[in-house]
Design a protein around this ligand. Sequence first.
Ligand SMILES: C[S@@+](CC[C@H](N)C(=O)[O-])C[C@H]1O[C@@H](n2cnc3c(N)ncnc32)[C@H](O)[C@@H]1O
Length: 357
Amino acid sequence: MAHVGRPFTDYKPPAAAPVWAVIEGLGRYHVLLAALELGVFEALDEAPDGTGVTAVELAGRLELPELHLESLLDSVVALGLLDRVVDDFKLNDAARRYLLVDGAASMAGLIPVAPGPHENWTRLADTVRSGRPATPIDDDPAAFYVPLVEGTFTTMWRCAGRADLKMRYSAMAAPRILDLGAGGAPWSIAMLQSCADGRATVNDLDGVIDVARRQTAEHGVADRCEFRPGDFHTVPLEDGAYDIVVLGHVCRTEGLDGARHLVERAYSALRPEGRLVVADYFIGPNHKTNPHAVLMGMTMMASTACGFGVTTTEAAGWLGDAGFEALRLIEPIGFQFAYVASKPRDPRSDGSSKRAK
Ligand SMILES: C[S@@+](CC[C@H](N)C(=O)[O-])C[C@H]1O[C@@H](n2cnc3c(N)ncnc32)[C@H](O)[C@@H]1O
């Protein structure tokens, strides 16, 4: 207890731990990046099952100075992403699952690109002052999105596959799917794999859509895809043609008007009773309860021309205003959320589909 005030009161000042956690944040990220770049996790994976590797052995194998490598390995242990038993370093379950290149839910490719261009973070105060990042990813979207969608594919495909448990797309006969800003097309692939007669129209920008071409081919569904490159705000879309439209993690870069426009385009493209999937990291009414979504919104602000976090209120507003009904927020896998909403059986004739043109 610190004694402060007159007369003394027992007042314990707040701990500095949250400030230190922030200061260490930069180092934590770079420790993990360096370990990935140096191939530490793959090298440890080569050890026979259950055995560890000393820093000296690993340094020899990777041709690195022992002390520097040991310091890095100990830091990864401090992050909880490796185990150290006496002098032996070992992969733990989290490292096996997320950090090996072919781990079951590998994030190895995602980690370097997920925060956006790193230099934008060092200029964040300028971005807040000027209202625009110095080097928005919009200036060269393919350079940023190709590695990003390669890195997120495994997680999003797992999410899209599990979404079937909540929305039963597998029960649909020959659904027509429209996937706008599809990336590697994880949603189209999961849906087509469950619906033998389904077909998908897969959209993304020139230069990124080749990732979808490759992934759909590798997953054996490319022959049921039509690839439609172009800007999802302007690429021609058929009216009333689709059973499912997917907007997977695309709204948060588009700003409020852009996101509304995409939802309205989706409404026009759906047949009556068709469903829209809007996946994103939504910020709930209490911003403190989902810091991941809040910080994802900040990542958008730091690196895109129009992007911000998306709140549940905003997303539900776009859907309701466009004419959707029966809104549901699902969480197919941990921390991955999606709204699923239906176009009414008798869509109103007045508004949204005209606005979307
Ligand atoms: C975060 S990724 C999401 C990919 C995929 N939908 C998913 O859920 O994994 C955003 C995608 O939107 C695409 N994109 C961004 N702006 C676009 C635009 N104006 N027109 C079409 N696609 C766009 C990017 O190229 C990228 O593939």
